[in-house]
Ligand binder design. Structure first.
Ligand code: HSE
Length: 438
């Protein structure tokens, strides 16, 4: 079969956009051969904010414009790729493309997690798909796996390490003993963290991805405001070494789990996971998603969660899928929510064991006061420790660590309210989940 080429409009030509360009330059004929001549992808317009900026790929100057609308409206553009990030202009671009009945490919997790319901509704109304493989875990084909390959499964749980920057920082704190600040600086110097790493370290980049995986798995739009999210900013060397001594490693973990009452648990937070668990060896900027389905059982997806080529690999796969549909003129394969709503499990009802670090004034009775408050809340203690800084054995302020038995998070929150009001507790307690990951 041989067909006319399919026109691509790129909006955004940063790291990923240039990667898409280069991938198409180098692998286009392979793609055409693999699709039996049906899909020939041709970039026809590129919108950027600044025409004078030096680029990582040398696309011809006549393709560039600063006007994204000109790209979307160009009659020679059949598919629109949104790669600018953010949730405002990116929303307008995706909405305009859908209204023009041009399939969209995007890697924008924040956009789909925050404004997915509006965009998926427009996708249904215009019968035009949104493809977003690059939005979750970079080059790992997890969207296609959940949407297509595992379609015959009830998804029981998804546990993921899906922010490479946080994972890199935690690894450097663990392996090289770096402070959080130094590890973050290193991640920025190496170009792993975004220029503004806020969403990486406050947990929201990972949480947006977890929300998308939950929506795909359970079919209903998830309100980000109802999702519990904590990042790695509060992790200190002391937590890392404690975890190590107890046989755990600290990871920023996303947990999505279906409960028997039909509710769905979704949360993102720094967690202790057993050193022997396979996710414990996911290091550096790598991502991994461990999924359990009622038919497939346990499956693990591992790979590069960020970076030019891995992310471009996912964008190009989406372009080929969209191109195939255009050429075959069959119904689109984009995701559409299939349930109006579903119940999220309240974070207060989710249960694990915990590691809690209390910054305290070091005076007699501190352990007893905290233990009394925990006992009054019905929470068992499995261990406690007050680490001494060898260089300041008589320091007035120390961190007191408690390991707590499994209980609902709401029960712990109540106890923490009481404990925070004790005059010996000098700052907010830092809570880690201890995950058994069975
Ligand atoms: N900044 C993300 C990460 C990649 O560090 O994993 C894009 O979501």
């Amino acid at each position: 079969m041989s067909c006319e080429s399919i026109g691509i409009g790129l909006v955004g030509f940063g790291t990923v956009g240039s990667g898409v360009w280069k991938t198409l330059q180098e692998n286009s004929s392979l793609i055409t051969a693999r699709t039996d001549g049906a899909v020939k992808l041709d970039v026809r317009r590129i919108a950027v904010r600044d025409l004078t900026k030096t680029r990582d790929a040398d696309a011809p100057a006549n393709l560039f414009t600063t006007d994204w609308q000109a790209v979307v409206e160009d009659p020679s553009v059949d598919l629109v790729v949104e790669l600018i990030g953010g949730t405002t202009t990116a929303f307008d671009i995706v909405a305009a493309a859908l209204r023009a009945k041009k399939p969209v490919v995007t890697g924008n997790k924040a956009l789909l997690a925050e404004r997915g319901p509006e965009l998926f509704a427009l996708s249904a109304e215009t019968d035009t798909p949104i493809h977003f493989e690059a939005a979750v875990a970079g080059g790992i084909p997890i969207i296609k796996a959940v949407q297509d390959s595992l379609i015959g499964n009830r998804i029981e749980s998804i546990t993921g390490i899906i922010n490479g920057t946080s994972n890199y920082i935690l690894e450097r704190m663990t392996e090289a003993g770096l402070s959080y600040q130094d590890a973050l600086q290193e991640a920025q110097d190496l170009g792993y963290a975004e220029a503004d790493p806020t969403l990486d370290v406050n947990g929201w980049d990972a949480a947006h991805k977890a929300i998308l995986l939950a929506t795909l798995s359970y079919g209903f739009p998830v309100d980000p405001k109802q999702v519990y999210v904590r990042g790695i900013e509060m992790v200190r060397g002391i937590d890392i070494s404690f975890a190590k001594n107890l046989g755990y490693v600290v990871k920023l973990l996303c947990v999505v789990r279906a409960h028997e009452d039909g509710s769905i648990e979704i949360r993102t937070q720094p967690s202790f996971i057993p050193r022997t668990h396979i996710l414990a060896s996911v290091n550096g900027v790598f991502n991994a998603v461990a999924l359990r389905g009622d038919r497939v059982g346990d499956a693990l997806f591992y790979g590069r969660g960020a970076g030019q080529n891995p992310t471009a690999s996912s964008v190009v796969a989406d372009l080929v899928e969209a191109g195939r549909v255009l050429r075959q003129r069959s119904g689109h394969h984009g995701f559409l929510p299939y349930r109006k709503e579903g119940a999220l499990k309240s974070i207060d009802d989710t249960k694990t064991a915990y590691y809690v670090r209390f910054p305290v004034t070091d005076r007699p009775g501190v352990i007893a006061e905290i233990a009394t408050a925990l006992a009054a809340a019905g929470i068992g203690i499995s261990g406690t420790h007050s680490p001494v800084n060898p260089s300041q054995p008589d320091a007035d302020f120390v961190d007191m660590v408690f390991l707590l038995h499994t209980c609902p998070f709401g029960q712990l929150k109540e106890a923490l309210k009481t404990i925070e009001s004790l005059d010996c507790v000098t700052d907010r307690p830092v809570v880690f989940r201890i995950e058994s990951l069975t």
